[in-house]
Every structure is written in structure tokens, then in C-alpha cells.
Design a protein around this ligand. Structure first.
Ligand SMILES: Cc1cc2nc3c(=O)[nH]c(=O)nc-3n(C[C@H](O)[C@H](O)[C@H](O)COP(=O)(O)OP(=O)(O)OC[C@H]3O[C@@H](n4cnc5c(N)ncnc54)[C@H](O)[C@@H]3O)c2cc1C
Length: 391
């Protein structure tokens, strides 16, 4: 990837340090999207990232992510999702790379479970098109699956796959073209807000700006000094060989989420060039982001392989790849995105809890609006980071 290093002349501060309109910490999908959107608005923006593009220590790597619309987590996400789809298509067209592949999606769960109840609620509130299928109907339509009795299947045609690493690359490339600067291997050591602006100390020196946007993923709790309580959870997706069989690729196989039983969720992505990706969502080891193991062991693979043998039994090829990835979970599972509760110069972006990637295109825009105009065009008040203050 070639990242243009075009830098606009910074305005000098009294001390002769470089001054920026906005500093952004972190270049995962959120930080890269925010930086692109700020640069597009003509702002002098510097992104500071302690590792490289698409490194494997955070949350945005691992080839692919699911995007879906009938959002079981909460209907309030749907207006954001509607804009997210259009914004991804705009980024795709500007970058000239395929970023979004619509495959259709199925959500499989008990009728009274969190997944089906929540997805139906969102579909009803927002009038979303969907089909409800019996397990037998779903198995006939999507032959890769063995669903079993006692479940209900909700199909939606809008679900699909985002090519995660391409998305980050597109934001970095377009952000650089728009005049944003990205500095990799530059770690933020600390920041403070004063009368002159926000001062950020890094391994490379000191930077000053009018505003700071913190997009540090699993390191946000540390960067934000505990303002957002976050639990970092290790996750291990596994890719299985599909032997090029059509039943494991779109359009025959959709993306899926299955709530096998209460609090036990698995998800999967059909073969879009890397094998079939399957993982358990949550249920992982919790710890410090720098202390969690990045080694994948047989004990990580075994439960996923057992799920595959129960629900995708014809997918009997070997695991061909795996990675570790981090969730940063808030206590209520919703993102924390908005103004820092104690500092008007700082915007907080903590959009994980295992489901944030799909929102990066729209949250990049909303956060750029918030940082420059002090308001957003889509309601994100339910994500207010200040809601954790009294906890
Ligand atoms: C296994 C897995 C599957 C997922 N599946 C889906 C899915 O299907 N659909 C979906 O929508 N979402 C999904 N998600 C969630 C999604 O990937 C995350 O919401 C998203 O990647 C979060 O991006 P981020 O930019 O906030 O974090 P990150 O990508 O972790 O970026 C944060 C960056 O900040 C940098 N940083 C931290 N501290 C500093 C510092 N002091 N100085 C400089 N840089 C710093 C880090 O190095 C890192 O690059 C999944 C997540 C995982 C782990």
C-alpha cells in the first residue's frame, strides 16, 4: 500500500510546536475512518498509531466482518446502519476496491431468545424486509446448514461481508489523499487538556491541537483514564477449507449468527476467498490487552470445530487459518461514542463490544461532525460515554 505523506503546513504555536486542528489516537477501523472524514472536511488532522496498518494486536484485522440490518442488539442502531451501508458504498467507489459483498444473512435462534426476539423487534420498528423460515425450510434453501429442531430462522437479504483490512487501507489511502497525516509506530504516552488546547505526548515528541479524538480500541480504558469501563476479551475466529464447493460460498451460503442456547452465540462468514470463517462470540478469556495470549492453541480450535460438526457437518475440511482478536466490552454492550463527559475538547470512540466494525463508515462521519460542529446529524445520544459516570 502506498500512503501519501502529503502534509499541510501546520500552524506554529507559541512554543514553536506543530499545531493541528485535530489529533486522532489509533488507526484501527474507527481511527482511520474518523481521520479520513476530518481530512475530507479540510481540517489539519494527525493520526497517531503505535503499531502498523492492519496489525494483528487490536480489533480490526482478520480479513472479514459481518454487516446486517435487523439489529437484534437495539433498534436504535438501525438509522446508523442505513447510513453505514451508503457510506461504505461511497468509500468503495472512491477507493476503487471491493469493500462490501452482499450475501444475505440468517439469524438462527429460539423464538424467545435474545437474537430472534431482538431482530424481529428491529424489523418491526423500522419496517425491515425479512423472511421467517422453519429449520427445514432454511436447510432446503441453504444446504450447508444442519439447524435442528426448536429453532427459528430469520433471513434478511441486506446482510453481507466487509473486507476488513481493505476497509482500513481505503480510509488511510483516502484520508492521506485528502491531506490527513498518519504516523505509524508512534505511541501516545499521555495527553492533557489546557487553555491552549490538547497536548499529546508520544514516543516521537509533543503535539498540540484544538481537539482530540480517542479511538484506542482495547486500550481506550487506559487512554481515557477509566472514564469508560471496558473489559478486554480475547476472541479466536477460525477459517475452514471449503474445497471450493458452491454450498459454502455466496449466494448459496449467507453470513450467519446462531444463538445455540442462552449466552452461546456463534457466527460465520461464507468462503469469499479465504475459506469459511467461524467463531464463537464472547465466552473468551478476559484480561489486560497487553497480557492476553496471541497464540492459538488446540483448546481454542476444538469448540469451534465441534460447532462446525453440529451445524455445518459437510464442512469437514481442516482449519486453515486462525487469529486472535480483542473485544472491548462496555457493561451494557452498547458503544461509548460522543463527547468526553469532563472535557469538551475530547471525543471518545469506543465502538466494539464485538459488533462495531460495520458502523465505522457512519461513525467516522458522525464523529467528524461532533468534533467540528458540536452535534451529529444522526442521533447517537444513546451511546453517550457519560452514562457510565455514576457506576
Ligand atoms: C473476532 C472478532 C470478530 C468481530 N466481528 C465483527 C463483525 O462481524 N461485525 C462487526 O461489525 N464488528 C465485528 N467485530 C468488532 C469490530 O471488529 C470492532 O468493533 C472494531 O474493529 C473496533 O475498531 P477500533 O478502531 O475501535 O479498535 P482497533 O482496531 O483495536 O484500533 C485501535 C487502535 O488504537 C491503537 N492504539 C491504542 N493505544 C494507543 C496508543 N497509546 N498510541 C497509539 N495508538 C494506540 C491500537 O494499536 C489500535 O490499532 C469483531 C471483533 C472481533 C475481535
Amino acid at each position: 500500500m502506498s500512503v501519501s505523506q502529503t502534509v499541510r503546513p501546520p500552524v506554529g504555536s507559541k512554543e514553536g510546536r506543530r499545531r493541528w486542528d485535530v489529533l486522532v489516537i489509533g488507526c484501527g477501523v474507527m481511527g482511520s475512518a474518523v481521520t479520513y472524514n476530518l481530512a475530507k472536511r479540510g481540517l489539519r488532522v494527525l493520526n497517531l498509531e503505535k503499531f502498523g496498518v492492519n496489525h494483528r494486536f487490536g480489533s480490526s484485522h482478520g480479513k472479514t466482518r459481518i454487516i446486517r440490518l435487523a439489529y437484534y442488539e437495539d433498534p436504535r442502531y438501525v438509522p446508523l446502519l442505513r447510513r453505514a451501508y451508503d457510506a461504505w458504498k461511497e468509500v468503495e467507489s472512491k477507493s476503487g476496491k471491493e469493500l462490501l459483498h452482499i450475501t444475505g444473512g440468517i439469524m438462527i435462534g429460539k423464538e424467545d431468545g435474545e437474537l430472534i426476539r431482538g431482530a424481529l423487534k428491529s424489523a418491526k420498528v423500522h419496517g425491515l424486509h425479512h423472511d421467517l423460515l422453519s429449520p427445514a425450510e432454511a436447510e432446503a434453501r441453504f444446504e450447508a446448514f444442519t439447524i435442528g429442531r426448536g429453532y427459528l430462522v430469520l433471513y434478511e437479504r441486506e446482510s453481507g461481508v466487509l473486507f476488513a483490512e481493505g476497509c482500513v487501507r481505503a480510509f488511510v489511502g483516502l484520508g492521506s489523499e485528502a491531506g490527513g497525516e498518519f504516523r505509524f509506530s508512534e505511541e501516545v504516552k499521555g495527553w492533557k487538556s489546557g487553555t491552549e488546547g490538547v497536548e499529546v505526548e508520544t514516543s516521537g515528541g509533543m503535539h498540540v491541537a484544538d481537539k482530540l479524538v480517542v479511538c484506542g480500541g482495547a486500550w481506550n480504558e487506559r487512554l481515557l483514564k477509566g472514564v469508560v469501563p471496558l473489559q478486554t476479551e480475547r476472541q479466536v475466529p477460525i477459517w475452514f477449507a471449503s474445497r471450493g464447493e458452491a454450498k459454502f460460498a455466496p449466494p448459496k451460503m449467507p453470513v450467519f449468527i446462531m444463538e445455540e442456547k442462552k449466552d452461546v452465540f456463534y457466527y460465520g462468514i461464507p468462503d469469499v476467498g479465504h475459506g469459511v470463517k467461524v467463531g464463537r462470540s464472547h465466552g473468551g478469556v478476559v484480561g489486560d490487552p497487553d497480557g492476553l495470549s496471541r497464540e492459538v492453541t488446540e483448546s481454542d480450535i476444538a469448540p469451534v470445530r465441534e460447532f462446525v460438526s453440529r451445524r455445518l457437518p459437510k464442512l469437514d475440511g481442516p482449519p486453515i487459518a486462525s487469529t486472535t482478536c480483542l473485544y472491548s466490552n462496555t457493561p451494557d454492550g452498547n458503544f461509548a461514542v460522543g463527547q468526553h463527559p469532563a472535557d469538551q475538547r475530547v471525543v471518545v470512540v469506543s465502538a466494539c463490544s464485538g459488533h462495531g466494525f460495520k458502523f465505522a463508515s457512519v461513525l467516522g462521519e458522525q464523529v467528524a461532525e461532533l468534533a467540528t460542529e458540536g452535534r451529529t446529524s444522526i442521533d447517537i445520544s444513546f451511546l453517550d460515554p457519560g452514562r457510565f459516570r455514576s457506576e
